[in-house]
Design a protein around this ligand. Structure first.
Ligand code: MF3
Ligand code: CO
Length: 258
């Protein structure tokens, strides 16, 4: 069931989104060779505490941390660990969600650790561009499938593949609501609802240098590429309004992602 949000409700989600943006920026600033992913988790938790907000992730189906940190061939849902020291040339996906007054926001960035190869920098650039292209299609009167079509086009014209086993989602009083937001063209027989005023969604392309296949590690969470190719992930939560998409997780002052 899709629940549409009133402007007052999406304003509450914007409050959560500002906290998420601050978590991500604090983690980005702390990302250097030698830092552990557990340290990033603590930095994000400190931001939540300062705002009196809660993590959307901690305890979700038993998830054990505040954020997800996914390094190199890890696509999503990597668990922060004091044993995982980031190294020059790595990339790390940082995924954060916050709850303010019962309302969720969810976003992710992928950050280079020191200097990275040109190939990996290009993957990050294209994945963020794919997110922007998807957001631009989150317009009333379009359908959800228009978002995935745009994301897939951007990724594939650079020779990359989009992950199909994980998708974006509606968001609101729960982190995961209907509808699903695939990062690929509509598939016959799968729902492709219209985009209505008040729809709030998280768009989150996961883009691989190699093939789209995925595998889950024995920790039960960490999703990696089946072919061990490098993967990038960017995500924003947004509200669909008559004035166009409003990015709820953009940093303060920004109406759309930079
Ligand atoms: N941010 C992820 C998403 O977009 C959720 C993380 S899974 C969790 O769906 F278990 F860590 F919460
Ligand atoms: Co999400």
């Amino acid at each position: 069931m899709i629940t549409l949000k009133t402007p007052a409700q999406s304003a509450k989600m914007r409050e959560a989104g500002l906290v998420v943006a601050e978590m991500l920026e604090a983690c980005r600033a702390a990302t250097h060779p030698g830092v552990t992913t557990a340290e990033l988790d603590r930095i994000a938790a400190d931001v939540l505490r300062r705002h009196g907000a809660k993590s959307s992730f901690l305890g979700y189906h038993g998830y054990p941390a505040t954020i997800c940190t996914s390094v190199n061939d890890e696509i999503v849902h990597g668990i922060p660990s004091p044993k995982r020291k980031l190294r020059e040339g790595d990339i790390v996906g940082i995924d954060a969600g916050a709850i303010v007054d019962g309302w969720h926001a969810d976003a992710a960035i992928t950050v280079p650790v020191g200097r990275v190869s040109g190939a990996v920098a290009d993957l990050m650039r294209v994945t963020e561009e794919a997110l922007r292209a998807g957001i631009a299609k989150a317009v009333i009167g379009n359908r959800i499938g228009d978002i995935g079509t745009a994301v897939q086009e951007v990724a594939e014209r650079s020779g990359y593949s989009v992950v199909r086993n994980y998708v974006g989602h509606g968001i609101g009083r729960a982190m995961h609501e209907d509808p699903q937001i695939p990062n690929y063209r509509p598939v016959r027989g799968q729902p492709n609802p219209p985009i209505s005023e008040g729809l709030c969604i998280a768009i989150e392309p996961m883009v691989n240098i190699g093939g789209p296949g995925t595998r889950t590690l024995d920790d039960g969470w960490t999703v990696v590429t089946a072919d061990q190719s490098i993967s990038a992930h960017f995500e924003h939560s947004l509200a669909c309004t008559p004035a166009g998409p409003v990015v709820l997780t953009a940093p303060v002052g920004a109406a759309v992602p930079a």
